[in-house]
Design a protein around this ligand. Structure first.
Ligand code: F6P
Length: 321
């Protein structure tokens, strides 16, 4: 193995730059050349890559986003995509690839591996929906962004006796809304994994008002079964004592300087990815298991969905009393 490529793919996540830096510096320590592939699989299919040396990844470990840039690439999910991608890799004389991204990107990594390209995945998605790793890169930073914002919203909610409904990201996985509910002391967290009725939410809000709480905070994952606007309207119609207001957090959750946790996780996962390639272990994803970094077969990770720990759902409502 003489040359490895690295790309970032899918939704960006704070810590991706940190992981790229770790990949490049570890590869150089192993005497390898490293090639950055811009814009994820789109750049790969276009045959675009450029050598990265030590200085090229200087002063980036603290920057959110990804300097390689990223893209969502439907072409990679077609039958022909992985074959063309493997051909481009051969043309560039690259011997192995590190793919940093979420579940869709890791599916592409598995497809590359099946084309005979030694490939290692690094889990990076703020949703924390990747099976096989306790945490993915970007999750801790996103959760802290949500927490800081909800704390600010609580100030104004208390001033006006309002019920605030805050929408977090998480199309299919309610992790961010669920954990934000715990760390922000919310009345309720609405997540895709748990169906609740409008009445149940109203009861929790009514109980908060009856206890004399000056505000009520409800976290809503974007993929929850109830629409945030319908919930707000229902609460206002029930006249529970609070006026409702809605805040959609959106892409602010994807930016910002990575936290110490994410920098450490991204560094460890990036280093482990190059070590795996050098040792001839590919078709795997580097993962956090407890405090250790492990290797999980991509076949397993891609085929399964990381479930949210519903004990936290109960904890939120119990502790809101
Ligand atoms: O997959 C991560 C994620 O942030 C989801 O939580 C969100 O629904 C989606 O990406 C947004 O995608 P885009 O940035 O393409 O609008």
């Amino acid at each position: 193995m003489k040359r490895i490529g690295v790309l970032t793919s899918g939704g960006d996540a704070p810590g991706m730059n940190t992981a790229v830096r770790a990949v490049v510096r570890t590869a150089l320590a192993h005497g390898l050349e490293t090639y950055g592939i811009p814009e994820g699989y789109a750049g790969l299919l276009d045959g675009r890559c450029h050598e990265l040396k030590a200085r090229d990844v200087g002063d980036i470990l603290h920057r959110g986003g990804t300097f390689l840039q990223t893209a969502r690439c439907a072409a990679m999910m077609t039958d022909d995509g992985p074959r063309v991608a493997a051909q481009r890799i051969a043309e560039a004389e690259i011997d192995g690839i590190v793919v940093i991204g979420g579940d869709g990107s890791l599916a592409g990594a598995l497809a590359l591996q099946k084309q005979g390209v030694p490939t290692v995945g690094v889990p990076a998605s703020i949703d924390n929906d990747i099976w096989g790793t306790n945490m993915s890169i970007g999750v801790d930073t996103a959760l802290n962004t949500i927490m800081e914002t909800v704390d600010k919203l609580r100030d104004t909610a208390s001033s006006h006796q309002r019920a605030f409904l805050i929408e977090t990201m998480g199309r299919n996985c309610g992790y961010l809304a669920l954990m934000a509910g715990v760390v922000c002391g919310a009345e309720f967290s609405l997540i895709p994994e748990v169906d609740v009725t409008l009445e149940e939410i109203a009861d929790a809000v009514a109980a908060a008002y009856a206890r004399g709480k000056s505000h009520s905070m409800i976290l809503v994952a974007e993929g929850a079964s109830l629409d945030i606007r319908d919930v707000a309207q229902y609460l206002d119609e029930r006249k529970l004592g609070y006026e409702s207001r809605i805040t959609i957090l959106g892409h602010v959750q994807r930016g910002g300087t990575p936290t110490a946790f994410d920098r450490l996780l991204a560094t460890r996962l990036g280093v482990a990815a190059v070590d795996a390639l050098v040792e001839g272990s590919s078709g795997v994803m580097t993962a956090l298991s407890g405090r250790e970094i492990t290797r999980v077969p991509l076949e397993e990770s891609v085929a399964r969905h990381r479930a949210a720990n519903l004990a936290f759902h109960h904890m939120t409502t119990m502790l809101a009393r």
